[in-house]
Design a protein around this ligand. Structure first.
Ligand SMILES: Nc1ncnc2c1ncn2[C@@H]1O[C@H](COP(=O)(O)OP(=O)(O)OP(=O)(O)O)[C@@H](O)[C@H]1O
Length: 701
């Protein structure tokens, strides 16, 4: 300090602060590096504490020098050198560290990119699109808080005016101003609340729809391995819990944080000394009752446990009453029950004492702070440092400040909880689908040549049990290829690979010579249409079901597709025709009708590759004939068709028949060729023709 003596006071203070910070940081670093005997939280707090202790006074003095003449700041800076100033500085830093720790802001054990801090960052990034609204809200919040803050200020001013009695109209004026400010503050608060709630609802919907989209991006096996209930609860319940907590608690937190900051700034402005007095005293008066409250809570838990033990004795006795009676141990049982109750009673007494002490400390510590402020304030008023009106305003501000800090302390854990549930949601949003992302290739003309080249595939988690073992086959435009084989031979698995529900572990699935993953997702599924074994319809009209995924479709287009699928007849006979609701999962129409509608749904896309996975088994003969006609006519017109059927009579006309067994292709050729071979296909046909045990099912062989 001696070296810096010729400098002006503020730069000198900053230079000393920097020096002090450097020294303290190095010491803190060394202490942390050694780490011996330092509790974790204290170790974490050392660095921020060093900064706080060093920069608190020069920072404040600079701020004050900006607003007021330098006189006050100089006094403050000189005071800093005295031992009281020194002690006060450390006391404030200690109190701030205790509050910081109490709020759990030290974030112990958080790994980078995870935990609450990361989630808060993510949450804030979700709010980014609404930044203008938040800025507007902040402006209203500022206005409303300023309005609220003005009331105690005018109350203090009125005290001064009443005491000085030199301007009687000032009192009336103050009342008017106060009323106007109150109304203004209430209106801005109302607008702010409305804005906040609508914004949070928007954010809620946005997060919910992003989670939904993120889930939809996942590979099919994700839906098979995760419970549907779990997924739904993430999308609905978790987002609801999070946004409910955020809308209620975060708004409280924001509101009271703004209030507390304003109030603190005003307290500092009214009297620096009194404000520092509160800063040191407040953590003590807030944390002490909280600490005692914890003791009370733990005693309350012990009481509950002891009560439960007493009930256990009663239940055990009643259940074994016959045994108690036969050993004539009624007195013994009563004595045991009495002993348990005695234990509960002792604990009850302790709990009541702890409760009384915690309540008593609560009110007493609050009272002590107020008395302290009044006493110290009184001294300052007597010394002429503070006016009596300012003291009144200060006490009013302090009361509001204390309750704002209390609310903050109680609300903060709920916000942390909301952040916790948001973590679960973000896990879903961040999950990378376990399938190669779709490409962008979407040629205007697609021939529809599909090649499966030496495909090896096992379902996720079953690597040692391949379902397809070196399958190679080709679907050519203008041809109907049939895939037959016993149940479980892997036919539907081939379809799943064609639809890119999974990627094969080895081999390639090519469409017009390019891997399926090159194609744009929507394009691929428009060009390759599937009617699956168990078609699923959605709870909407039959028209919408047939047009599913294609946006708006005219009734003519939908009807034409239904005619080709042989479904028009039955739809026309329904009382509401195409407007009939299919019901949940298509539950309001029959199995055969469902198949008809789903064939129409596939044909409506006019696909280049049509895959029918045992899709006509439940159709009536008339519809069956229609679909067969459409399948073969479509193929003749240049479409590639893959037909899977258990009814071998349905595949006799196919241009090429592939027989699959145990995930391997056993035979292939035309019906005639295969029958001549007298191999597996022949045996399957024989069994079906003879109506053997397997009935019409190739799986029954
Ligand atoms: N999601 C799945 N997870 C694990 N294994 C599966 C899954 N789907 C099918 N499998 C197994 O793969 C094998 C082939 O099943 P796939 O459904 O392809 O046979 P399929 O020939 O179509 O039978 P079906 O004629 O009865 O429809 C079977 O052993 C089956 O148990």
């Amino acid at each position: 300090q001696l070296l810096l003596q010729p400098c002006p006071p503020l730069p000198r203070a900053w230079a000393v602060a920097l020096l002090r910070w450097g020294l303290l940081s190095v010491s803190a670093y060394v202490a942390r590096a050694r780490g011996q005997g330092l509790p974790g939280a204290l170790g974490d707090a050392l660095m921020p504490l060093a900064a706080l202790v060093s920069f608190l006074v020069p920072g404040y003095a600079t701020l004050q020098a900006q607003c007021l003449p330098l006189g006050g700041a100089v006094e403050l800076l000189h005071g800093w050198g005295s031992w009281e100033g020194f002690a006060l500085n450390y006391l404030i830093a200690g109190a701030a560290a205790a509050l910081w720790h109490q709020l759990g802001l030290s974030d112990k054990g958080a790994t980078p990119g995870h935990g609450p801090t990361a989630s808060i960052g993510r949450l804030l990034s979700c709010m980014k699109p609404d930044l203008p609204r938040f800025l507007l809200m902040a402006a209203f919040l500022l206005l409303s808080s300023l309005g609220e803050m003005a009331i105690p200020y005018y109350t203090g001013k009125m005290t001064d005016w009443i005491m000085s009695e030199d301007d009687p109209s000032a009192f009336e004026r103050a009342i008017w101003i106060m009323s106007l400010i109150t109304v203004g503050s209430a209106v801005t608060e109302f607008i702010c609340d409305c804005l906040y709630n609508t914004t949070m609802n928007r954010i809620h919907s946005r997060i919910q729809s992003s989670v939904f989209r993120a889930v939809l991006r996942q590979e099919i096996s994700f839906f098979r391995t995760s419970q549907t209930g779990d997924i739904t609860s993430r999308v609905t319940t978790d987002t609801d819990t999070m946004s409910e907590a955020l809308s209620e608690k975060l708004s409280l937190l924001m509101w009271y944080l703004a209030r507390a900051l304003f109030l603190y700034a005003l307290m500092l402005w009214l009297s620096l000394r009194l404000a520092l007095f509160v800063t040191v005293g407040l953590p003590v008066i807030l944390l002490l009752p909280k600490l005692l409250g914890k003791i009370h809570q733990s005693l309350a838990v012990q009481v509950q446990e002891s009560l439960a033990k007493a009930s256990e004795v009663a239940v055990e006795t009643f259940q074994a009453m016959a045994t108690v009676r036969s050993f004539a141990n009624e007195d013994g049982a009563a004595r045991r029950y009495g002993e348990r109750l005695q234990e509960t009673y002792q604990l009850n007494k302790k709990e009541a004492g702890a409760y009384a002490i915690s309540m008593w400390t609560n009110s007493l510590s609050g009272l002590a702070l107020k008395v302290g402020i009044l006493y110290y304030g009184g001294l300052l008023v007597t010394g002429g440092d503070v006016s009596s009106g300012d003291l009144v305003s200060f006490v009013l501000y302090e009361m509001q400040f204390t309750s704002a800090v209390e609310v903050l302390l109680s609300v903060y854990p709920s916000v942390q909880k909301a952040v916790g549930s948001s973590e679960k949601i973000f896990q879903y949003m961040d999950r990378t689908p376990q399938i190669t992302p779709s490409g962008t290739y979407a040629p205007p003309n697609l021939k529809g040549v599909v090649q499966l080249k030496d495909i090896w595939f096992s379902y996720p988690g079953q690597d040692d049990a391949p379902v397809l073992k070196g399958v190679s086959l080709e679907l050519r435009p203008g041809q109907v290829t049939a895939l037959v084989g016993p149940s479980g031979s892997g036919k539907s698995t081939v379809v799943a690979l064609l639809e890119r529900f999974f990627d094969p572990q080895r081999g390639q699935v090519l469409l017009d010579g390019r891997p399926l993953s090159d194609y744009e997702h929507r394009y691929l599924h428009r060009k390759v249409a599937l009617v699956s074994q168990r078609p699923v319809l959605f709870a909407r009209s039959l028209h919408e079901n047939i047009a599913y995924g294609l946006g708006e479709r005219s009734r003519e287009e939908v009807t034409a597709a239904a005619r080709r699928a042989g479904a028009h007849g039955f739809i026309a006979r329904l009382s509401q025709g195409y407007d009939t609701d299919a019901g949940e999962m298509g539950g309001q129409i029959s199995g055969g009708q469902k198949q008809g509608v789903s064939v129409a749904r596939a044909l409506n896309r006019d696909p280049r590759v049509l895959v029918l996975d045992d899709a006509t088994s439940a159709l009536d003969t008339e519809s069956q004939v229609r679909v067969d006609k459409e399948v073969y006519e479509g193929a003749r017109a240049g479409r590639s068709v893959l037909l899977i059927s258990h009814r071998l009579s349905a595949v006799e006309r196919a241009d090429h028949i592939v027989v699959l067994e145990g995930g391997q292709i056993r035979e292939q050729g035309t019906h005639r060729e295969l029958m001549e071979q007298r191999g597996l296909y022949w045996r399957l046909v024989q069994k079906q023709q003879n109506g053997a045990e397997g009935g019409t099912d190739t799986g029954g062989q």
